[in-house]
Structures are given as C-alpha cells and as structure tokens.
Design a protein around this ligand. Sequence first.
Ligand SMILES: Cc1ncc(COP(=O)(O)O)c(C=O)c1O
Length: 326
Amino acid sequence: MRDEFAKIPRVKIGNLPTPIEAMPRLAAQLGIKELFIKRDDLTGLAFGGNKVRKLEFFFAEALAHGAKTIITAGAVQSNHCRQTAAASAKFGLNCILVLAGQVPQRKSANLLLDQLFGAEVIWCDRENREAKLQEVFQQAQTDGRRPYLIPYGGSNATGVLGYTLAVFELLEQGFIPDMIVFPSSSGGSQSGLVLGSQMAGVDWEVLGISVDAAESILRSKINLLIQDAIKKYEFNIPQYKPEQIYVNDQYIGKGYGIPTEADIKAIRIFARAEGILLDPVYTGRAAAGMIDLIQKGIILPETKLLFWHTGGNPALFAEQYESLVI
Ligand SMILES: Cc1ncc(COP(=O)(O)O)c(C=O)c1O
C-alpha cells in the first residue's frame, strides 16, 4: 500500500482484494480479445458492492469522533444505504436512513435488508432530500445521539479514498488493463479511480458510464471531489489532469432506476455467457454501454478491457424488477 494511506484511519470491513476473473466466453461473443471482471460484488458485507471500500474510511472517522449514530441518504433501493446499515450493525452503532421516493407496498430487496439490519427509515420527497438529511442530522445532535453524517452515495473527500486505494490493489494484483469501465452516479468511485490512477502514474483509460447525470455535471462533480480529496489528505500528485475524467452519458434512457431494453439484454448476456449477475440500476447499465461501445468499434477489439463490477445485485429481487430479466 502507498505511504500516503498508512496514516489515514481505516477499519477492515471488506474481503479485499477482490478477485479479477477472465470472461473468455463473453469476450468471444462480443468479439474482443481480452475481457476481465473485477469482482467488487464480492466485497463481502451484506451481499457486497462498491460502497464497502468507502465505508472502511467513513467508519474509521465516525468511530474516532465517538459517533453513536450513522446517518445517510439514498433512493428506495439504495445499495449504499443497505451497506451502511449493515456496517452500523457490525460496529454496534445506530443507523438512520433518509430514503427519497414513494413508500413501496412491499418492502423487498435492499429495503427489506435495511430493516433487517435495524436501521430507522425516514421517508422524504426526492426534491427535499438534502434538507431532510440536514434536519434529521440536527435533530439527532439535539437529542444527544452523537450522529455522523455520510453524504448521499458516500461521495465526499473521505469516500474518494476507497477507490483511490483500489487502484493500488489492482496494481498489487499485477493487473494492467488498457481500459476500465464501470457505472458512475454520485461520482465517488470514479473520483477515486481517476485520482489513484494519476497518483500511480498509469495511463489506462478510466471510463465511467453515467447511470443518471449529464456528462458535464458528473465530470465537474468528480473534478471537485478529486480536488477536495487532494486538499484534505495532502496527496502528492505532480500534475492533476482533470481532462482525464471520462464520462459517457449516452445510456441513461429514461433515467435513474428505469432499465432500458439494452440494460436488460446486458444482464441476460452476462448471466448466460459467464454466470455473472448484474443489477438493473448500475452494473446492467454500465455493461450495456460497454457492449454498445465494443459493437460500434469505439472500444477496439485488441483492448485489454476490465469491467469493474460495483455490486448492487440485491436490487434484482426488488418488487419492480423481479420479472424483468427472465
Ligand atoms: C452498485 C452500484 N454501482 C455503482 C454505484 C455508483 O457509485 P458512485 O455513487 O460512487 O458513483 C453505486 C452507487 O450507489 C452502486 O450502488
């Protein structure tokens, strides 16, 4: 591990390093020479996923501050909230989740798991999610519950550390791809991958397939997150290059959590060619984007390609998606 990280508090939550596996049948089907998958769906905690890497830093900070209650926010089927609830249980802390959207009739998938982990759920409209989160935090403070706030998606300077360190994990595994493709939403994972890649001085391409935001918005968010992380942790990076933040927003369709035909097709292709499960919100969309870019020849057949699986599989069992993929 790099020296810069040795002094940053971190607790162990995930099963790391996650495996890198070849996907030869899928590569042949798509007409690409080398296709690999980084299995962050296997990070361990509560069915795994990318948020585990961020939570290792958040929980270290929370415990150092003597926090008793973890508060965060997300969508109804938030993977981030499910994993935050599980980590709270693991460290004996209370958890409050501010969930934005309609209260569903049946509490399935991630929402079911949030409650199994004993999280308190507070509902709000999507538009006033931030205000509600701040209000809940202030109230918990007034009530003496010693709250620690994790932002939406776990994306701030601390959250960026998870995937910055993941780059060094990949290098320690001796794996050097030409290109890394993955889903990007609140931007924390991509910020880490871009920052880590620049710190390591590698020149592979890090391509985030946007799940919901326009390219310009997501790129500027990622840029700010990277700058915040460099400042907060005083990372030594000779020349930060924001122009290396690559986002593709061509696969958003009708928006967040509404799978396109191509998303569903991609989920089937991965399942039937490699026995790999993708989710209907994030990885299915990133895979659809990757497949399309290969088919259009934008990703060249000789590319050594790494698909970074970020988890999210429990959403396959959410009420609204159950019958979609079969
Ligand atoms: C399964 C999965 N993949 C990808 C992402 C996107 O990560 P980020 O919010 O760091 O961009 C999320 C975020 O919620 C997620 O749950």
